[in-house]
Design a protein around this ligand. Structure first.
Ligand code: MN
Ligand code: MN
Length: 332
């Protein structure tokens, strides 16, 4: 008996929502989630026209204080996101059928010019919003949150922010002599009025801090902190339900720092803090936010060079998929 040589990959007719797995295997490269790429040659400079959601890679880690590497995340998360299929079995929705999502490519930035990076990220997110689409940023380090939120607030006004992180990210320039880095985006966002008072929800916080009053800055703006201990005691479903009640019908931006998750589940990150969320809790947390009015999301601080077996990159792809599902639920 010879092997069955008649077996061939089925190559179905191209579908607009998501490229088939076989087509991806054939050419070996993928946009995020095998989605169509934005058409940058489209006349009228409207590459995002008709999209409900645009994924943007931001290959930048010039805001990192210790271990760099997050600039390579967009490339690796594209690769691992190819594994994700359209049908979401928990929400029972065809995510890419309900949501016209595309890959907007990477924001093309000079990685050594932080101010220009902020300008270009804000400009690109503004373009996505102007097209009526929801931006999903794949970092990059957490400093990219500030320009993203500037664009979001310019369009929507101050929003509610769900911030999942081991760190508060409201530090100042005291330590480094520069207060634009990945430990400060929320300080600027609060000071600039990009976040509605009382609508910063910080979840899974647990890192050691420089002084006992590190959380006092956020408190002045009514920030609500759900430390990891509280999440562990009450469970992620209860935390998600509380956040959902608190944000109500507001526009919500979700900023997800992968170091919120335990390094055992997400080792590929620059400032790991032991004792974090499990992958399952992180996914359940996002699922528990179903019904919120999501106006944007980022997934930041994935550092592929520190990863093992793509664990963190696979998780990042799935967390983004959960965010896309939240947006898809709004379309259904
Ligand atoms: Mn962090
Ligand atoms: Mn962070």
């Amino acid at each position: 008996m010879s092997d069955n040589t008649s077996v061939a990959l089925r190559l179905p007719a191209p579908r607009p929502a998501q490229q088939s797995a076989a087509a991806y295997l054939r050419h070996g490269q993928t946009p995020f989630f095998r989605l169509p790429m934005a058409d940058f040659d489209r006349p009228g400079a409207a590459p995002y026209a008709g999209a409900d959601a645009v994924l943007l890679g931001v290959p930048y880690d010039g805001g990192v204080t210790y271990q760099p590497g997050a600039r390579l995340a967009p490339y690796h998360v594209r690769r691992t996101s190819a594994f994700v299929q359209p049908f979401h079995t928990f929400h029972e929705i065809d995510v890419f059928g309900a949501l016209a999502a595309i890959d907007g490519g990477n924001v093309a930035i000079p990685p050594f010019e932080p101010e220009i990076v902020r300008h270009l990220v804000q400009t690109e997110v503004s373009r996505v919003l102007a097209a009526g689409a929801t931006p999903f940023l794949v970092g990059g380090d957490h400093s990219i949150l500030l320009p993203a939120l500037r664009a979001i607030a310019a369009r929507h006004g101050p929003v509610a922010v769900v911030h999942v992180d081991a760190h508060l990210d409201t530090s100042d320039g005291e330590v480094w002599g520069n207060d634009f880095h990945h430990g400060t985006p929320l300080r600027h966002a609060l000071e600039e009025g990009l976040v509605e008072h009382g609508q910063l929800h910080q979840i899974a916080i647990r890192a050691s801090v420089g002084s006992p009053d590190d959380a006092s800055f956020g408190r002045r703006f009514g920030a609500r902190v759900h430390p990891l201990d509280e999440v562990a005691a009450l469970g992620v479903d209860a935390i998600a339900a509380e956040v959902r009640r608190a944000v109500g019908l507001r526009n919500v931006y979700v900023t997800f720092d992968v170091d919120a998750i335990d390094p055992a589940f997400a080792p590929g990150t620059g400032t790991p803090v032991p004792g974090g969320l499990t992958s399952r809790e992180a996914i359940a947390l996002l699922r528990g936010l179903a019904g919120i009015n999501l106006v944007g999301m980022d997934l930041v601080e994935v550092a592929p060079s520190l990863d093992h077996a793509d664990v963190t990159c696979h998780l990042a792809a799935h967390l983004l998929y959960e965010g896309l599902a939240l947006a898809a639920l709004r379309m259904a």
